[in-house]
Design a binder for this molecule. Structure first.
Ligand code: MG
Length: 387
């Protein structure tokens, strides 16, 4: 049996490192043919040392001097696409953070390869453009996002027309019970303390604002062709039920597991096989209290922005994401208060009517425009702060 050829993009991030661990455990079935990172050259070199035949790419570098000397390597965002051409992977695990992941998703779908998608932003910003690419080439998208991996498993072999509703679960992040009046004072350190999942900084802040859940609503819409009114968010603090599908016959299917990203990563890499891994055996008694609660729109105003972006269509998602990326960085840098993240994203969404997406260029233009708008808002907030 020939080995499945895997490209790991974002290999030094949280998902990328966990994926490499899984791939190492199943080295008889997988060959890592490309390792891409943004700026962490030392960590990239360490990963490459374990995969002697993998090509390497540093998307945040401009000179190949930063690359391991013993390897064919590429630099910059265009270099990543050349590296994908040269490596010819069967499966691309896209674990790049943010809008920067879009081009690699597009490459994968255009070339008819399997996209193990841990970059939900690809669908948030350009779902309307990517899904037809996948349909034309026959490429498969396997969602690594735990909620969508759950829904994918619940829907496998089902008639999409028989779905009444999808319940997207969310832990509610660290501020689920914090008094609303104190939300304005949230610090980066507090927001980075996620109660159940260990993830990178951007998605952890997105879990605190629930912008991450907003993006997941949009992601579910594109992945499963669900109209927005069939996607509902419910809080589930234990993060054991990863999502649920309610069918018109009254049956509800849920996919469960401990909150460990290696579970959906392993599912996507092995699909359609269920590969073994040394997880602790599940103990239902330990998890005997599973709670569900309605999410409070006033605590998490970001979620409504997802439904707004879906109603607006076109480039609305691209603007929402870009503003959130910039605002999240500014919050982490101590430049703006916590509540301003969602306010700035809302301002970018409301700035103008949506325009249709005809090409990657349309998406990039909307992205750049919203980044500028967000920077102006941040500068205005910072100058008010210092006066
Ligand atoms: Mg998720």
């Amino acid at each position: 049996m020939s080995k499945r050829r895997i490209a790991v993009l974002g290999c030094t991030g949280s998902v990328g490192r966990q994926a490499l661990h899984i791939l190492g455990e199943h080295a008889d079935r997988f060959e890592v043919v490309l390792l891409a990172a943004h700026r962490r050259a030392d960590e990239l070199a360490a990963a490459a040392a374990l995969h002697p035949r993998a090509l390497v790419c540093l998307t945040g570098a401009t000179s190949p001097a930063a690359l391991p000397a013993d390897r064919r390597g590429f630099v910059g965002p265009d270099g990543l696409l050349q590296a994908l051409d040269a490596a010819a992977p069967d499966t691309v695990l896209n674990a790049i953070t943010g809008a920067a992941g879009l081009a690699a998703s597009a490459w994968t779908l255009e070339h008819g390869r399997t996209l193990a998608l841990a970059n939900k932003e690809s669908l948030v910003i350009a779902g309307a453009w990517l899904m037809p690419l996948a349909a034309r080439s026959g490429a498969r998208i396997l969602p690594v996002d735990s909620e969508h991996c759950a829904i994918f498993q619940c829907l496998d072999g089902e008639d999409p027309g028989s779905v009444r509703k999808v319940w997207l679960t969310g832990s509610g992040g660290p501020f689920r019970t914090r008094p609303l009046a104190t939300m304005a004072a949230v610090t980066p350190a507090e927001a980075l303390r996620h109660p159940t999942w260990t993830m990178g900084p951007r998605i952890t802040i997105g879990s605190a604002t629930m912008m991450n859940k907003a993006f997941e609503v949009i992601e579910a819409h594109w992945l499963f062709a669900l109209p927005p009114e069939r996607i509902e968010v419910v809080l589930h603090p234990q993060s054991i039920v990863h999502s649920m599908v309610e069918f018109r016959c009254g049956s509800i299917l849920a996919q469960c597991g401990v909150p460990d990203m290696r579970v959906p990563i392993l599912f996507c890499l092995g699909y359609p096989e269920r590969l073994p891994f040394g997880f602790q055996p599940f103990d239902p008694v330990r998890w005997r209290q599973l709670e569900f609660a309605p999410f409070e729109p006033e605590r998490y105003p970001a979620v409504a922005l997802a439904y707004q972006a879906l109603r607006d269509g076109g480039d609305a998602g691209a603007r929402l994401n870009a503003a959130d990326e910039v605002a999240t960085e500014a919050f982490l840098a101590g430049r703006i208060p916590f509540l301003s993240i969602t306010e700035i994203a809302a301002a970018a969404l409301a700035a103008r009517p949506a325009r249709p997406i005809h090409s990657l260029g349309c998406v990039l233009a909307a992205d750049a425009e919203a980044r500028q708008l967000a920077q102006r808002e941040i500068a205005a907030l910072s100058s008010r702060e210092s006066h």
